[in-house]
Design a protein. Structure first.
Length: 380
């Protein structure tokens, strides 16, 4: 059995740690923050993807169709279903037509029906070609985190909070070839045997994947980062139990965000393809900055007025939406996702050091693909 370190306790780190512990390995998780799932696993749109979002990447759509029922069955308490989800097809600037979208849904076997009249009446048909009711949910990241921590509490997995891993290095333990050692932010707080002698180390730090590789003086993985803003809002009453996504171009999504409630009801998250990413940068051969430093230092001027103005052209009622606050996060994607909006996993083994593996999922339910890759490529 192996000694394994997992760096990062976002959803991917927690899920992988549980999986590896259940396989009989000795697993330690190291988390920079005081709690789990406080970065991308919380600051996201909370959509449990069921394929509809990816008409330009049939593979991602198919994978979502497979993962959706599995995620919903595994975490029913975290899945929020008390709303109707609508996908609308834009008339101008859209990369798909309503006919193409309907054919695509048929191809991936995703149920679709024309939106009812009472919904159609809310939509400006100069801008929207067609509105469809679909089968998709949201997840509550806080409940998801608590479920994962409860499951891990039954296991011998150790989680060290407030522990940033600064560097991974080879040639760690005295008596073992290839063992890996970790340098932590507060070396004194952990005994040497807690941070040394690992057979495998999984880098599950998402936007900081390369930052850790750079600090470990290892080659980087090409990644693209976006500094993103998700607005949390109260929608007008007729839209309270509704989610809306306009496909497929410079449009918007608004859907319940179950982890934050106001007067007993979830707020909605509001994103816009043009305004949610405030700016972006690439890491190719060097890692110019720590993404979390960018997050901390940005003055965070909201783009809400632009988002509201644009979205209200499609559904005039959205003009009455009340802004509450914003979630800010660094979104990290593979550069190739730019062209087709796909969300594959990144899984690289032995990245510069034998036993150091990098894991990144473009969406929450990709975690199942990560486990399949671990099983296939590492046989752990
Ligand atoms: C704006 C936005 C919208 C999104 N919308 C959706 C959506 O609707 N549906 C969906 O399924 N997915 C969505 N995603 C993607 C989803 O959020 C990610 O795929 C997922 O959260 C990644 O989880 P993770 O565990 O890899 O990363 P994270 O949750 O970011 O976890 C990384 C962890 O590593 C820790 N860490 C970092 N560096 C170190 C270090 N050196 N030492 C120790 N710990 C460290 C961090 O503190 C953090 O806890 C969205 C993402 C964003 C940003």
């Amino acid at each position: 059995m192996a000694r394994i370190a997992v760096i990062g306790s976002g959803f991917f780190g927690l899920y992988l740690a549980e999986y590896l512990t259940l396989k009989g390995h000795t697993v330690s998780v190291f988390e920079k923050e005081a709690e789990s799932m406080s970065h991308a696993s919380y600051h996201n749109q909370a959509r449990v993807h069921n394929g509809y979002h990816y008409p330009r990447s049939v593979l991602t759509a198919f994978r979502s169709r497979v993962s959706f029922p599995r995620f919903v069955a595994e975490f029913p308490e975290a899945v929020y279903r008390a709303f109707d989800q609508y996908y609308l097809v834009g008339r101008k600037l859209s990369k798909v037509t309503a006919h193409q979208f309907a054919s695509f849904c048929q191809r991936i076997g995703a149920p679709l029906e024309r939106a009812p009249e009472n919904f159609q009446r809310l939509v400006d048909e100069h801008y929207i070609e067609e509105s469809f009711k679909v089968h998709e949910y949201a997840f509550d990241a806080t409940i998801l985190r608590d479920l994962m921590l409860k499951r891990l509490a039954q296991l011998p997995t150790k989680i060290a909070y407030n522990t940033e891993i600064i560097r991974v290095r080879g040639g760690g333990a005295k008596h073992r070839d290839h063992a890996l050692a970790l340098l932590t932010s507060d070396q004194a707080a952990l005994s040497p045997d807690m941070v040394d002698g690992f057979d495998h180390v999984f880098n599950c730090t998402y936007s900081r994947l390369n930052y850790l590789l750079a600090q470990s003086q290892l080659e980087l993985i090409p990644l693209k980062h976006e500094f993103t803003e998700l607005c949390l809002v109260t929608v007008p009453e007729p839209l309270r139990h509704i989610g809306i996504t306009v496909m497929c171009g410079p449009f918007f999504s608004v859907m319940p965000f179950p982890a934050v409630r106001h007067a007993g009801q979830p707020l909605h998250s509001f994103s816009h393809v043009r305004y949610t990413p405030h700016y972006e940068w690439y890491e190719r051969d060097h890692c110019p900055v720590d993404p979390y430093a960018v997050l901390a230092q940005d003055p965070k001027h909201t783009a809400w007025p632009y988002i509201r103005r644009d979205a209200a052209r499609y559904l005039p009622l959205l003009d009455q939406t009340q802004y509450h606050s914003s979630l800010w996060e660094i979104k990290t994607v593979l550069p190739r996702s730019e062209s087709d909006d796909s969300r594959p996993i990144l899984f690289r083994t032995n990245v510069g050091l034998k036993g150091l593996h990098c894991v990144m999922g473009g969406k929450i339910d990709n975690v199942y693909d990560v486990l399949a890759a671990v099983e296939r490529e590492l046989q752990l």
